[in-house]
Design a protein around this ligand. Structure first.
Ligand code: PMP
Length: 354
């Protein structure tokens, strides 16, 4: 029986995507060959890569606006470094809204002056810092749209007349935004896009070529753009499965359609957290993430009972990150509303037992 999968990432993918991906591993489109045994230079795979890149731009509404989409390797963590190498000449500003934001900042600090323009570290990142100013002579501003571990999400983005760089690893393709406000977006695939192994980078080409340092080929966005994201052997399975997932999202009606579902799931989840006296939300209400709901069980004596009920109810992946504790319900695009209903039912049943 398929479990209700609340895992924070890698996470749930649509069943039909998993099925098609598994078929392609055996036989890609009746070619008599597996997806993972053909040349990445074959027409079949080049077409897959092109389709994946085009779908990413189309879904974000960025076609024909000077952006390029790349499917790179090394996870979002490598982007912490690549962003700095490609864009940092003198100084940049970072918003420290969580563990991943902090890591991005630390990585960039290796190279030059990095300024933390706002931080919520003092409150264990339970809110998104606000009210900061972004100096117009900085090279870029970096923020994290959704803080996976703490369950906070930026609901508004600052006005910024320098390049705006955003780590959207855990909420890309989940909500409508004016994506053209961003100059560089990156996201590890393993939440809303596909399996681990590739990272989507969407970049406005005209922000490149402005730093004086020499950039190693693999770290240079220009290299990857000029080679159509095929400078070296790409992670073929991760790119193919991401392509299938983006196709699934397009057929569903795109980001606007999935956003409605995501809002329903989040509303249901948070109303249970707020109404059930046994549970307490971790994140500041105004900054709550629609993707990751973090909460604690107030009565430790009920922990064992609750966890047995979760297990019996087929709920997977609800443990909170060690730096927050408690529970985290990750409700990415492919998680059905019924899974949230199943979890909420268990939470209210626990209340009636207490
Ligand atoms: N940024 C965010 C917001 C994340 O949630 C994660 C991973 N959970 C990362 C960056 C790091 O991603 P990766 O493991 O792909 O390097």
């Amino acid at each position: 029986m398929k479990k209700h999968n609340f895992s924070a990432g890698p996470c749930i993918l649509p069943q039909e995507v998993l099925l098609k991906a598994s078929e392609a591993v055996i036989d890609l489109d009746n070619s008599g060959l597996s997806l993972i045994e053909i040349s990445h230079r074959s027409k079949a795979f080049v077409d897959i890569m092109e389709k994946a890149r085009a779908l990413a731009l189309e879904l974000l509404g960025l076609e024909g606006k000077g952006y390029k989409a790349l499917f790179l390797q090394g996870g979002a963590s490598t982007q912490f470094l690549m962003v700095a190498l490609n864009l940092l000449e003198k100084r940049a500003g970072y918003l420290n809204s969580g563990t991943w934001a902090d890591k991005a900042l630390k990585e960039a600090k290796i190279y030059d002056d990095i300024y933390e323009l706002g931080s919520s570290k003092d409150a264990n990142y339970n809110y998104v810092p606000k009210g900061y100013e972004i100096p117009s002579d900085y090279d870029y501003f970096h923020c994290t749209s959704n803080n996976t571990i703490f369950g906070t999400q930026m609901k508004a983005f600052p006005k910024c007349d320098i390049p705006l760089v955003c780590d959207m690893s855990s909420d890309i393709f989940s909500r409508t935004l004016d994506f053209s406000k961003f100059d560089l977006i990156y996201a590890g695939a393993q939440k809303n896009m596909g399996p681990a192994g590739t990272t989507l980078v969407v970049i406005k080409e005209d922000i490149l070529g402005k730093v004086s340092r020499k950039i190693p080929s693999m770290m240079d966005y220009k290299t990857h753009i000029s080679k159509g994201s095929m400078f070296n052997t790409p992670p073929v399975f991760a790119v193919y499965t991401s392509m299938l997932n983006l196709e699934w999202l397009k057929n569903l009606g795109g980001i606007a359609a999935i956003e409605k579902e995501n809002e329903k799931k989040a509303r249901l989840m948070y109303s249970e957290i707020d109404l059930n006296p046994l549970f307490k939300g971790f994140a500041a209400k105004e900054d709550r993430s629609d993707m990751n709901a973090t909460f604690t069980l107030e009565n430790e004596n009920l922990k064992e009972t609750f966890e047995t009920m979760l297990k019996e109810g087929g709920i997977n992946g609800l443990n909170g990150h060690r730096s927050v504790g408690g529970y985290r319900a990750s409700m990415y695009n492919a998680l059905p509303l019924d899974s949230v209903k199943a979890l909420v039912e268990i939470m209210s049943e626990l209340e009636s037992k207490a």
